[in-house]
Design a protein around this ligand. Structure first.
Ligand SMILES: Cc1cc2nc3c(=O)[nH]c(=O)nc-3n(C[C@H](O)[C@H](O)[C@H](O)COP(=O)(O)OP(=O)(O)OC[C@H]3O[C@@H](n4cnc5c(N)ncnc54)[C@H](O)[C@@H]3O)c2cc1C
Length: 478
């Protein structure tokens, strides 16, 4: 087990969370949320950890973040119920990557075998310019020296394996589908959640718990309560077309390509074995179609089916050695359009007995494999905080303190391109391509750009070769 994510900061919590008996009401035509902040003087009276044993945590959203949290809380003996607005958990989306640091957490809840059945252990990541010339390559997961793998996996399959584990371990009642978070009322002793159901949203009921975790994604209803003026997500003007299809295996079947920088990018990686020498192969075409000053398309049109005439001309601008990109796109039955959106980092996630998690808390550009990974890390931190803190409000504060700044830094780094900024830098210096990459940017310079974005030195074949060349008597053991 890793260390608990934060220290005891009860006094500061009591100072910070002010008494507010007013009940701000938010109404946007769809839902109404009202909130009464918990009174901090009452909280101080409830100091025993015994509350954790009888605690009930309500989670809104059965995405990767919400489901992982439920499994982690179960491990810690804490009761949970999830309300999910969709009428069933379908395998939606296409490929995502999960970093070893997040896989470590899933492995601790015994999900490694299921991940191996559903996904691919990514071995190598190769960055290319648009012409298909190699800018950088690095080893990932266990091949890159981590104790656990990185997985490339279908987002819907990851969600489904988490969902199945929740049903198996917590029972079928633990996930209530077709139930939309529609209101929150909290006082010093509990939080009451209002959920609506039915196609008209007219059937409703209330459920009481000790804590509400809003893991309800980038359009989070709870976030809108606390930040009613925030408005729609911010869009950088880049449209993403995402698809996946069974396609001839390339290289070792475990290699990820990213070609081109922030303005125009092609991403390619296998996410499952499709049999007969084929792999379920995920592809993404990113193209700047607006200047970043525009509002994103309305949320109903996110994930709209893309049209071949729109995506193919863009896709054909990229080259990946040994891959017929046009054939790949043409072979794909359905692909979907998403605007590349995020939101500005927030000053606060936790309000009394309610907190935000995953994309609800820190939606970020899909750069550097962080979307699902950071939601999983949030879940681990929050589960520990709920288990060990002296009071639910303290737990939520400790969680926020540990996770908010870290994820805000990633949101900001991703706006600059994340580690993939190395491709932008090379394309800026050599827009028509190069004959010697080291003359454009040295190995050390490229490595430093990636390290600055991720906080970690990337591991290349060169490092592995050098490590092998060092006599074992001279090796340092960390
Ligand atoms: C349909 C879909 C497809 C996606 N496809 C991709 C992809 O192909 N590639 C990629 O990199 N990322 C994709 N993402 C984003 C990725 O899943 C997240 O960035 C990451 O996994 C973090 O997940 P999360 O649990 O915080 O949020 P999400 O995965 O967005 O899950 C949020 C959940 O909350 C539910 N919800 C929303 N509002 C309410 C409410 N009021 N009450 C109850 N439930 C509610 C949603 O239905 C959803 O199940 C997708 C997300 C969704 C929802």
């Amino acid at each position: 087990m890793g260390a608990w994510c934060g220290a005891s900061i009860w006094t500061r919590l009591a100072n910070r969370r002010s008494v507010n008996k007013k009940s701000p009401v938010w109404h946007d035509g769809e839902i109404e949320l009202s909130l009464v902040h918990a009174r901090s003087e009452h909280i101080a009276q409830e100091t025993s950890h015994a509350w954790a044993k009888r605690m009930k945590v309500i989670i809104a959203g059965a995405g990767v973040g919400g489901l992982t949290l439920a499994l982690m809380l179960k491990r810690r003996g804490i009761d949970t119920v999830i309300f999910e607005q969709a009428s069933e958990v379908k395998e939606l989306g296409v490929g995502i990557n999960t970093l070893p640091i997040a896989i470590r957490e899933l492995s601790e809840i015994d999900l490694l075998p299921s991940l191996d059945l559903a996904g691919i252990r990514t071995r190598e990541l190769i960055y290319l310019n648009r012409q298909g010339q190699e800018v950088w390559r690095e080893l990932r997961g266990i091949d890159g020296g981590h104790p656990l793998p990185q997985f490339s996996i279908h987002r819907g399959r990851l969600q489904k394996l988490l969902y199945d584990a929740v049903i198996d371990r917590l029972g079928p009642e633990a996930i209530q589908t077709g139930q939309r978070l529609s209101g929150i009322l909290q006082d010093e002793g509990s939080v009451t959640v209002h959920v609506t159901s039915g196609s008209d949203g007219l059937s409703s009921r209330t459920v009481q718990g000790d804590v509400l975790v809003a893991a309800d994604g980038i359009h989070s209803a709870a976030r809108r309560l606390f930040y009613p003026k925030e408005g729609v997500p911010s869009w950088n003007g880049v449209m993403m077309w995402r698809g996946a299809t069974a396609f001839e295996k390339y290289l070792d079947g475990r290699t990820m390509f990213i070609g081109g920088g922030m303005g125009a990018k092609f991403v390619l990686y296998p996410i499952a074995d499709a049999g007969n020498g084929k792999m379920l192969t995920n592809w993404v075409v990113n193209v700047r179609v607006a200047d970043g000053a525009d509002q994103p398309p309305p949320k109903d049109s996110w994930s709209r089916r893309g049209r071949l005439d729109d995506v193919l001309p863009y896709a054909k601008r990229f080259a990946v050695p040994g891959i017929d990109i046009e054939a790949l796109v043409r072979a794909t039955d359905a692909y979907y359009e998403y605007p590349m959106c995020d939101r500005d980092p927030l000053p606060q996630w936790s309000f009394g007995r309610v907190t935000l998690l995953g994309d609800a808390a820190h939606p970020m550009y899909p750069v550097g494999s962080n979307g699902a990974s950071q939601a999983i890390l949030d879940a681990r931190c929050l589960a520990d905080a709920l288990k060990f803190a002296e009071h639910p409000m303290q737990a939520l504060f400790v969680y926020e303190k540990e996770r908010l700044a870290k994820t805000a830094a990633i949101v900001k780094a991703n706006r600059k391109g994340g580690p993939e900024r190395v491709i932008d830098e090379v394309e800026k210096r050599a827009p028509a391509g190069f004959t010697d990459i080291d003359a454009v940017l040295s190995h050390e310079q490229r490595s430093a750009i990636i390290e600055a974005a991720t906080g970690q030195r990337p591991v290349t074949d060169r490092d592995v070769t050098q490590a092998r060349a060092v006599p074992s008597s001279k090796m340092h053991v960390a």
